[in-house]
Design a protein around this ligand. Structure first.
Ligand code: ATP
Length: 325
């Protein structure tokens, strides 16, 4: 099927680098003779018809901006067949032949169902700071968030050291510990508490047994936000009760991790992936997410990207432990 017009949307949580991806998809599509329509507010805009045509200059001067010019939203209606029917009708009315969806695993799950129901070509781009999509070494936004965390922890360390304190710093990641683990390595934190190994070992006890604070007066522990770990607050409560001698503080980094100008790594990744999305559509690929593995662009079937859990490199935990003595 020849694709004349593509629709592009960003969905779920925003991530730095989404704009660079929008720019790349738009320009690459136009370069290849396609018309581009920007769909605002994710699937919500596909239902309400909040759509406008994008020319090359609509994506000028956005590569350096965080957030997403297309806005993003969550749409409960799109989860229902009736909602997706309305979305399909919008596509027909707007003459959109194919979609490029930039978002996390929820957004790609929606894309997969929609593509199957209506036989629409859809290509996904992994846009999430959490880095929790299988089949790609990194996701768009992850590197920027990691750098933001590193900068924040550097600042907290100054005050932690001045006061001899134990800091628990909570970072995002939902059920994935990539930001916590690599954030800890990058900032020289003493430990990371991550959901992936939560049920196997009591990481807090292990940390204390390992002798943290024996040689240091202050410590910084990065904790992945997650119901299973109880987050930084949960950790602090436990320490206060069991080890009252420690002067404990909690910082929850929150939404500042999502913002800011994307790093060079994220801009390049988004640009490559955005261009690859158009290549994939022209090659008649369907239902795939664009991934990157060993610096090579790959096509990952939605089913794999969504269903498989992305493994965390456990050697890094050991490296962190060794380097924190
Ligand atoms: P992040 O990882 O940053 O949170 P996400 O893409 O996982 O991003 P979600 O809120 O899970 O964010 O999903 C975004 C949207 O995708 C939902 O609001 C919904 O419209 C659609 N979606 C998610 N799951 C499904 C599903 N099972 N069926 C249909 N649509 C879905």
């Amino acid at each position: 099927m020849k694709i004349n017009c593509i629709g592009i949307l960003t969905s779920g949580g925003d991530a730095p680098g989404m704009n660079a991806a929008i720019r790349a998809v738009t320009r690459s599509a136009i370069y290849n003779g396609m018309t581009v329509k920007g769909i605002y507010r994710g699937y919500k805009g596909l239902l309400s018809g909040e759509i406008s045509e994008f020319k090359t200059n609509n994506v000028s001067n956005i590569i350096q901006q965080g957030g997403t010019i297309l806005k993003t939203a969550r749409s409960a209606e799109f989860r229902e067949p009736e909602g997706r029917k309305i979305a399909y009708e919008t596509m027909q009315r707007e003459n959109i032949d194919a979609l490029v969806v930039i978002g996390g695993d929820g957004s790609l799950t929606g894309a997969r169902i929609f593509a199957q129901e209506y036989n629409i070509p859809i290509v996904g781009l992994p846009g999430t700071i959490d880095n929790d999509l299988f089949g790609t070494d990194t996701t768009i936004g992850y590197d920027t968030a990691l750098n933001t965390i590193m900068d924040a922890v550097d600042k907290i360390r100054d005050t932690a050291t001045s006061h001899d304190r134990l800091f628990f710093i909570e970072v995002m990641g939902r059920d994935a510990g990539f930001l916590a683990l690599n954030g800890a390595l990058a900032s020289g934190a003493e430990a990371a508490i991550i959901p992936e190994i939560w049920t196997e070992v009591d990481q807090l006890e292990a940390l204390i047994e390992h002798g943290f604070r024996k040689t240091k007066n202050s410590s910084i522990v990065l904790v992945a936000e997650s119901e299973v770990t109880g987050g930084a607050m949960g950790m602090a409560e436990r320490v206060k009760q069991k080890y009252p001698q420690y002067d404990v503080r909690v910082t929850i980094l929150g939404h500042l991790q999502r913002g800011g100008s994307p790093t060079a790594t994220d801009r390049i990744l988004a640009s490559r992936m955005g261009a690859a999305a158009i290549d994939a559509l022209m090659e008649d690929q369907r239902n795939v997410m664009i991934g990157i593995q060993n610096d090579q662009i790959v096509y990952v079937p939605f089913s794999k990207a969504i269903k498989n859990d992305k493994p965390i490199n456990r050697d890094l935990l050991n490296t962190l432990r060794i380097l924190s003595i």
